[in-house]
Design a protein around this ligand. Structure first.
Ligand code: GYE
Length: 389
């Protein structure tokens, strides 16, 4: 709880209007009146109430912002009443990708004064996320957005949001629930990312009869872990010499990636691996440390991962890793475009994909799906310098 509170403070300090830490007291009065909020009058009433909530929450964080909430003039009152309140529940801060995604959301909000964001960090726990979403419903925000920690188990809370008339936009990860329970999913195609990783491997595989792959998978039950594994398996299926000999979760973090790899490297099968496929760069970077620690040379075996963070691009440049399939975390602007449309009642596509490439130490390999051509980009210093995360 302390940690969670600390995370909340950090986020609040970075200029977000922070009104929920998913704390117990925040969630105790869930049966507050649920409103349909369809009519204009209700909307206005709700906004007026939001205004009060907003001022109330501001009071709570006053010592951080050093603002005088009593100073709001009639003009400011009006501006507040026109705000669009959004509740966003983030997975956590487990990877560089995730931190870049949070930053992108903060930056997008900073550009849009009309957005009043309530940000909550789930610290990789679904229960925290459900609590946060419930508190957004209670607050009667205009739109709820969240990046689900895992795929299953969200039906109930999505139904609660639906009953309260609050549209939900999914960010980055999908849920295993009736699609009518949310309006759109803004994010990457993880299955295709897994396929791209496998296509790259097939194009660059060592000439030997048996190729042993270690797979470091992401958070169990999360959409990127399930789908990257599926896409990778689908493509290597037709190349019988490629075999996944270990598939273990490193929970998308560097620390766990390293720990799991250390254990695998102690097994006879793991010791002689040929390829590491990590579901994200952070786990690959942890594994590279583990490989070094046992006196092996990273880069001798093939290392492929997903995300495209600066640190892995450097590792590719230095010959310590081979390929990263890009997954774009900078979806803040795209997300708030969608949210604003949804709030206006406009129709938005059910699926909004991010545009992504693939980086390696060679360049020019075709890793597309046969319909769309995707050629790998060789990592250069300019690319590393231009990377924001
Ligand atoms: O690949 C990983 C992160 O959901 C796409 O989550 C995201 C994944 C990303 O922690 O680094």
């Amino acid at each position: 709880m302390k940690k969670l509170f600390a995370a909340c403070i950090i986020l609040a300090a970075s200029a977000l209007v922070f009104t929920s830490c998913g704390s117990k007291s925040d969630d105790s009065d869930e049966d507050e009146e649920s409103s349909s909020r369809s009519g204009k009058k209700e909307r206005v009433e709700k906004r007026e109430k939001d205004e009060d909530d907003f001022r109330g929450s501001k009071k709570k964080t006053d010592w951080i912002h050093g603002e005088d909430e009593m100073a709001s003039s009639a003009k400011e009152e009006k501006a507040l009443s026109e705000k669009l309140s959004v509740g966003f529940s983030q997975v956590g801060a487990e990877s560089d990708w995730r931190r870049a995604s949070t930053k992108s959301i903060e930056d997008a909000v900073a550009q849009r004064p009309q957005i009043e964001l309530t940000f909550s960090d789930a610290m990789q726990k679904q229960e925290n996320q459900i609590k946060a979403i419930r508190s957004f419903i209670r607050k009667k925000v205009d739109v709820i957005a969240f990046s689900p920690v895992v795929s299953s188990g969200f039906e109930g809370i999505l139904k609660e949001a639906g009953e309260a008339g609050i549209p939900v936009v999914l960010v980055d990860r999908a849920v295993d629930a009736d699609p009518s329970l949310y309006v759109s999913l803004v994010g990457s195609d993880f299955t295709e990312e897994g396929r791209r990783a496998a296509r790259w491997l097939i194009a660059n595989k060592p000439a030997q009869d048996s190729i042993k792959v270690i797979e470091l998978s992401g958070t169990p039950g999360s959409a990127p872990a399930i789908e990257r594994q599926k896409g990778f398996a689908e493509i290597i299926e037709s190349t019988p010499e490629i075999k996944v000999v270990f598939s273990q979760s490193g929970n998308f973090t560097r620390v766990e990636g390293k720990r799991v790899m250390e254990a695998i490297l102690q097994t006879p099968e793991g010791k002689d691996f040929d390829v590491l496929f990590a579901h994200n760069d952070d786990m690959a970077l942890g594994a590279i440390e583990a490989i070094r620690d046992v006196g092996k040379v990273p880069g001798k075996d093939i290392i492929i991962s997903v995300d495209g963070i600066k640190d892995i691009l450097k590792a590719i440049r230095d010959g310590n890793a081979n390929c990263t399939v890009e997954c774009n975390p900078l979806i803040g602007p795209q997300l708030f475009d969608v949210i604003e449309k949804v709030a206006k009642g406009e129709t938005v596509p059910a699926r909004i994909p991010s545009i992504e490439g693939v980086f390696d130490n060679v360049g020019g390999f075709e890793v597309g799906d046969g319909y769309e051509s995707v050629k790998t980009t060789k990592v250069t210093q300019d690319i590393i310098d231009g990377r924001k995360y």
